[in-house]
Design a protein around this ligand. Structure first.
Ligand code: NAD
Ligand code: UFG
Length: 348
């Protein structure tokens, strides 16, 4: 029997791509998602892309905090492991509505962990974030760097990491991998699934793509006075397919004995500035992205990129794609789906 994986938040951006890679890799996947920040169309498209593996995907519209529904699911299905993506992720919104973030992300995770434990499912891969490095004093960021949170969203990631370390200390049957993602961008090369944020995008590439398709007039560049190659902020952009494959590598690692609770960066190890990324996207799309220079965005770090050594060594995983492929696939998705999974009528 193929491994059966529960994927929370599997309708979202990273989740949908990971579910596709799981199916193509011969896993069965059960997705639970409340569709708070996603569309069920993503799941239908993943099924189509998976071809003969499509029937190995099940979807349940469910909020993770609905303990009764989650209990019922675990009572009816045996899961080998859980990949936990479900959570709210908008930094600015988390500052405005901290209790919403603490309730959704922390209570959702605690309910999940309790139900997992009571059904003897103690293998977990969790979506953490490079945000836990705050404003790193140096780069590349290694997994041993000191951790801090600069907003409620980031604090939920730190708390959940600590909760995971604590439950492993209390019960050594748990096997947990915390994956710290850097900046996921791009889309499946088919252009059939991709990122479709609700409202005005907070992140660079979704914004760039909406300028390219004519939904927004200009890109605002937050700060051009950083001590970087061209004054704009530097990040470690990683193709979402590489990131998804990192989850398969983590699942394989969970099959080893004595792994405990481990943390890995998922990045490329390369830093790219905002202007370098925009230029690469202009080249890939043939579209001009008009820019407006503005002040730094409060809370932003100057330069963040990953040390990839630990993941390469212990997960046997390394990102394959560069920014050219990221921009090519982002544009492929954007040009075929200018309104994401929606329509001009449903978009802001
Ligand atoms: P996303 O919003 O596209 O996906 C998250 C999914 O979780 C959505 O489909 C949403 O509807 C669902 N969800 C949220 N709360 C839920 C709940 N209580 N019950 C059930 N479903 C719920 O986000 P994404 O970009 O795919 O991110 C996935 C995970 O990775 C998140 O935990 C996020 O914090 C983390 N992460 C993302 C990034 C990034 O830049 N995209 C970077 C680092 C970490
Ligand atoms: N930027 C702009 N204009 C925009 C949006 C972003 O100039 O409209 C700049 C930012 O100032 C930054 C860079 O583009 O220099 C990247 O910004 P993003 O918002 O795309 O990404 P961040 O690195 O700031 O943060 C993201 C997520 C966090 C997560 C972090 C690390 O929003 O939740 O990546 O994974 F923690």
């Amino acid at each position: 029997m193929p491994h059966n994986i529960l994927v929370t938040g599997g309708c979202g951006y990273i989740g949908s791509h990971t579910v596709l890679q799981l199916l193509l890799g011969g896993f069965r996947a059960t997705v639970v998602d409340n569709l708070d920040n996603s569309s069920e169309i993503a799941i239908q498209r993943v099924k189509e892309l998976a071809g003969e593996h499509g029937p190995n995907l099940d979807f349940h519209k469910m909020d993770l905090r609905d303990r009764a529904a989650l209990e019922e699911l675990f009572a009816s299905t045996k899961f080998d492991a859980v990949i936990h993506f479900a959570g709210l992720k908008a930094v600015g919104e988390s500052v405005q509505k901290p209790l919403l973030y603490y309730d959704n992300n922390l209570n959702g995770t605690i309910t999940l962990l309790e139900v997992m434990a009571s059904h003897g499912c103690k293998k977990l891969v969790f979506s953490s974030s490079a945000t836990v490095y705050g404003w790193p004093k140096e780069v590349p960021c290694t997994e041993e760097f000191p951790l801090c949170a600069t907003n409620p969203y980031g604090r939920t990631k730190l708390f959940i990491e600590d909760i995971c370390r604590d439950i492993y200390r209390s019960d050594s049957e748990w096997k947990i991998i915390l994956l710290r993602y850097f900046n996921p961008v791009g889309a499946h090369p088919s252009g059939y699934i991709g990122e479709d944020p609700r409202g005005i995008p907070n992140n660079l590439m979704p914004y760039v793509q909406q300028v390219a398709v004519g939904r927004r007039p200009t890109l605002t560049v937050f700060g051009n006075d950083y001590a970087t190659v061209d004054g704009t902020g530097v990040r470690d952009y990683i193709h979402v397919i590489d990131l998804s494959d990192g989850h398969i590598a983590a699942l394989n690692k969970l099959d080893e004995s004595g792994i405990g609770c481990e943390v890995y960066n998922l990045g490329t190890g390369k830093g790219t500035s905002v202007l370098e990324m925009v230029t690469a996207f202009e080249k890939a799309s043939g579209k001009e992205i008009p820019l407006v220079m503005a002040a730094r965005r409060p809370g932003d770090a100057e330069i963040v990129y990953a040390s990839t050594e630990k993941a390469e060594r212990e997960l046997n995983w390394k990102a394959k794609y560069g920014i050219e492929e990221m921009c090519r696939d982002q544009w492929n998705w954007a040009s075929q789906n200018p309104y994401g999974y929606g329509s001009p009528e449903t978009s802001d």
